[in-house]
Design a protein around this ligand. Structure first.
Ligand SMILES: Cc1cc2nc3c(=O)[nH]c(=O)nc-3n(C[C@H](O)[C@H](O)[C@H](O)COP(=O)(O)OP(=O)(O)OC[C@H]3O[C@@H](n4cnc5c(N)ncnc54)[C@H](O)[C@@H]3O)c2cc1C
Ligand code: SF4
Length: 542
């Protein structure tokens, strides 16, 4: 977004990208059948979400390790390609609500943002119009409506979910995804092949690559350098950021680019790493770190899943289940935390029904009533149970805590000699109790549909099934914004308190997580910061 906005404003921009080029319009496996591959779509090391998935990267990248403090369970997903994780992401595009910016004022926990919803709202609107999003106007107090394209209709399994949710008084509304249901800005509308995670050859869903970087390149003002692993931000004697030192991964040689302004957008934790590695006599603890808070206040969304077998969906009559590669309905947070034993909410994502069968589909068929077997019986059972599963994923707000942070590991470096991050992670009772509530709610929804869950509710010792830190892939914080330079890294414009020519525009500036998937806010804040950079440059203030 920063490269797009700044080139539109007339700036010369050089974009350093550690990964390789990949173009969803040309390289996607959108129309590949699983049987065209001997792996049938099974995951590979480079593509943990399946062989046809668009994202190059993973939990472990050869030559790029990270460390965990003893007792820490944390996994770090990293993309290494032009466009980063936006090649694969679920496109669930939720705005933070007015309450999300001032949670401390409301319940005394965590911290408030230095900005409010009203500061970001105009940018959310512009991102909606530029990138495209479907949804419905609902007038809910903390789930702001956007500039929506019409949402797709619910499919059969989603209608069942809606009925159950209505019975249990759980708010259930059309999903909000950055997928075009109408043509927009020269891009085609979705044709409902349901393969969004593979990359869309017609650009009907959002990727940075083709919606932002391509128009940036078309201005002639953007230079894209791939396989360029940033090592550190360079500074001059006055403490001003002067550019970036990077490694050309194809040759292993070191290079420097000089710039008037440096904008970090390497993903929240990688930007913290870059700052911690940018040590100089003036900044011995890393750049922009006079507060000691670089790498602190990091969070991930809380998560747990439950899936159930729904007998009334088996032996179904084949009919049109076409849709986008994501949910058509979701459940925003619907309860009042003051009446519950945990302080922050979660939303519910819905999955299941008849998706493209691939490697491992209807796994565990022996657990279905008289399911499994061999030969014809097994094939018949696959047909019978295909599409008869519905699942729910909770995505909740974690409150930043002092025990969850990252720092440089004193012993480990990556293959280019760059020190790596070491993670510390701890959930508090707030998160455990919230996840228990998710489990109970999902089981109640499945029971309401007449379904059966094959696994028991995880115990307290099992953390009620909470997913390990990092595994929901919504890491935020590490360079949080604030008005006080003693407790924050960036000011309200995502500009470093300690270094005027340095900005961070990924998830790093987030003060709190909210129960919203973060990317729409990352885009809106990045747009806002980029406009500020352009404005300040024109005024000669940078
Ligand atoms: C499976 C999955 C599903 C998701 N679903 C959703 C969703 O539905 N909704 C949502 O809001 N979010 C979702 N996310 C999260 C979303 O993808 C991220 O929030 C978003 O992509 C973050 O953007 P970013 O630019 O900060 O980081 P990234 O997209 O990770 O991009 C960072 C880029 O910087 C490059 N880079 C990193 N380090 C360096 C370095 N040292 N030098 C040079 N380049 C570097 C990387 O190669 C990468 O291209 C999902 C993520 C995944 C993986
Ligand atoms: S479902 Fe729509 S947006 Fe997704 S890949 Fe298919 S055509 Fe593209």
């Amino acid at each position: 977004m920063a490269a797009y906005m700044l080139t539109q404003a007339g700036a010369d921009v050089i974009l350093l990208e550690a990964g390789e080029p990949w173009d969803n319009a040309k390289d996607s496996a959108m129309l590949t059948w699983p049987y065209e591959s001997p792996r049938r779509g099974k995951s590979t090391k480079e593509r943990p979400f399946g062989e046809f998935d668009a994202c190059i990267g993973g939990w472990e990248i050869p030559g790029e390790p990270y460390a965990r403090a003893p007792g820490t369970e944390f996994s770090w997903w990293r993309a290494r390609m032009v466009g980063g994780r936006t090649n694969h992401w679920g496109r669930i595009s939720l705005r933070l609500g007015p309450y999300d910016f001032r949670r401390k004022a409301l319940d005394g926990l965590g911290d408030d943002w230095p900005i409010s919803y009203n500061d970001v709202a105009p940018y959310y609107d512009r991102v909606d119009r530029l990138v495209g999003i479907f949804g419905s106007k609902e007038n809910l107090p903390n789930e702001p409506d956007g500039v929506f394209l019409p949402p797709p209709k619910p499919r059969c399994h989603e209608l069942l979910v809606k009925q159950a949710a209505d019975k249990l008084h759980v708010t259930c509304i059309p999903a909000r995804l950055s997928i075009l249901t109408r043509p927009l800005n020269g891009r085609a509308a979705c044709h409902y092949c349901g393969q969004c995670n593979r990359g869309c050859t017609v650009n009907a869903n959002f990727t940075s690559t083709n919606v932002l970087i391509a128009p940036g390149l078309a201005t002639g003002k953007l230079t894209l350098v791939t396989s360029a692993m940033a090592r550190e931000v360079t500074v001059d004697k006055t403490g001003r950021a002067t550019g970036v030192a990077y490694v050309d991964k194809t040759t292993g040689t070191d290079w420097r680019v000089r710039a008037k302004v440096v904008v970090l957008a390497a993903s929240a934790l990688e930007s913290a790493r870059l700052l911690l590695n940018s040590k100089s006599s003036r900044f011995p603890n890393g750049l922009a770190n006079s507060s000691g808070t670089v790498g602190r206040y990091i969070t991930d969304t809380t998560g747990t899943d439950v899936a159930g077998f729904i007998p009334k969906m088996m032996d179904h009559v084949p009919h049109n289940h076409d849709g986008v590669g994501g949910m058509h309905l979701y459940m925003p947070w619907w309860l009042d935390n003051t009446k519950l034993d945990f302080p922050r909410g979660y939303h519910i994502e819905v999955w299941g029904g008849t998706r493209m069968p691939s490697y491992g589909f209807v796994g565990g068929i022996h657990r279905y009533p008289s399911g499994g077997g061999y030969g014809k019986q097994l094939k018949d059972d696959y047909r019978r149970y295909y599409g008869a599963t519905i699942g729910f994923s909770g995505r909740g707000e974690m409150i930043p805590n002092d025990d969850s942070y990252c720092e440089l590991d004193p012993r480990t470096v990556d293959q280019w000699g760059i020190p790596v991050l070491r993670f510390h992670w701890k959930w508090s009772d707030h998160e455990y109790r919230q996840v228990k509530h998710m489990q109970e709610t999902f089981r109640a929804l499945i029971a309401e549909m007449g379904g059966e869950v094959f696994s028991p509710l995880p115990t307290a010792e099992q953390g009620y099934g909470i997913a390990a830190g990092g595994t929901i892939i919504h890491e935020l914080g590490g360079t949080r914004m604030g008005d006080d330079p003693k407790t924050s890294v960036l000011n309200r414009w995502c500009q470093a308190h300690d270094c005027r020519s340095l900005f961070v525009v990924d998830g790093g500036p987030f003060v709190s997580q909210a129960d919203k998937n973060p990317t729409w806010t990352i885009l809106a804040l990045s747009m806002r910061t980029s406009e500020y950079i352009a404005d300040q440059t024109r005024k000669g203030a940078l």
